[in-house]
Design a protein around this ligand. Structure first.
Ligand SMILES: [Zn+2]
Length: 294
């Protein structure tokens, strides 16, 4: 093939690829539309049918001036403790009976869970939220999210967000029982849940080179998009570790909302990639939850 012809073909492929990516939603930046759109297209080509329709979103520029009081609870592991877990795991574990009491308390006090999309639209577009909105998030992708937390939450009409580490997602239910499987992620979506990225291998973004950070941000997003068949633009910083460079990288990788471990419930439309949360640990209990929400 003559070099000039090869260049022409390459250009044609690039133009077609970009326009196909752009039709997914109006207005996203060309880079994000092309990359995010391609992962979703590959999923469609492989026969992956999305459980739900999710639009490709873009943060407004400039970001609006708006603050919302929306508690975002941060859970990790919902499981019965054996007593032989390392202290760090014990601290992250909420007993299923205790979790049930917490959900019942939220329900008795009129709290309504909202989705990531609802939070995005309220924060960045000013759309109204239900009374006493709350978001329930679960970090790291423990199996008990699907087998224990979700069934309890369904009793109260609640759904949440699972931030998963894509290298740990098991292919089959018979695999290591610690982590969620790909099919469980789809079942969670059927229950109204959102799935977000917690990177490929739980590396702290500020401690990585810019190239490595971008790689883990993009690879985890695309892995989720290929398996779920729709854009995935929700992120959670491993260990809550974040600085301005991390925020910029998360934005560039196509995410529109990101949560930290900074304590609070005041969310700013100016800072959608650095959202505060309320930690619920082994010792929080209903009393601690009530105090944190008062
Ligand atoms: Zn984590």
């Amino acid at each position: 093939m003559r070099p000039a012809l090869a260049v022409l073909i390459l250009l044609a492929v690039l133009v077609v690829g970009t326009s196909v990516g752009l039709h997914v939603a109006a207005g996203p930046s060309a880079a994000d539309a092309a990359t995010g759109g391609k992962a979703v297209e590959r999923a469609a080509a492989a026969g992956v049918k999305p459980v739900k329709e999710v639009p490709l979103l873009e943060l407004p520029d400039p970001l609006p001036e708006r603050t919302l009081q929306v508690p975002i609870l941060m859970y990790h592991r919902i499981a019965v403790l054996n007593g032989d877990e390392p202290a760090v795991t014990t601290g992250l574990t909420v007993d299923p009976g205790e979790f049930q009491l917490q959900m019942a308390w939220l329900h008795d006090h009129g709290y309504n869970t909202i989705s990531q999309l609802e939070l995005f639209q309220a924060l960045e577009e000013g759309k109204p939220l239900p009374d006493k909105p709350i978001m329930l998030t679960f970090d790291d992708g423990y199996r008990g999210i699907a087998t224990i937390a979700a069934p309890i939450m369904t009793q109260f009409g609640y759904s949440g967000t699972a931030y998963v580490i894509t290298d740990r997602i098991a292919a089959k239910k018979t695999a290591a029982p610690t982590w969620l499987t790909w099919s469980q992620l789809r079942i969670l979506e059927q229950r109204g849940w959102d799935i977000g990225s917690h990177t490929v291998s739980h590396t702290e973004i500020p401690h990585m080179s810019p190239e490595a950070a971008m790689k883990t941000l993009r690879q985890s997003r695309f892995a989720l998009e290929r398996h779920l068949g729709h854009p995935v633009q929700w992120f959670c910083y491993p260990a809550g570790s974040v600085d301005q460079k991390s925020v910029d990288a998360v934005h560039k990788a196509g995410y529109v909302l990101a949560t930290t471990t900074k304590s609070g419930d005041t969310l700013s439309a100016q800072d959608p990639l650095r959202l505060e949360r309320i930690r619920v640990s082994n010792t929080t209990g209903v009393r601690g939850l009530a105090a944190a929400l008062s």
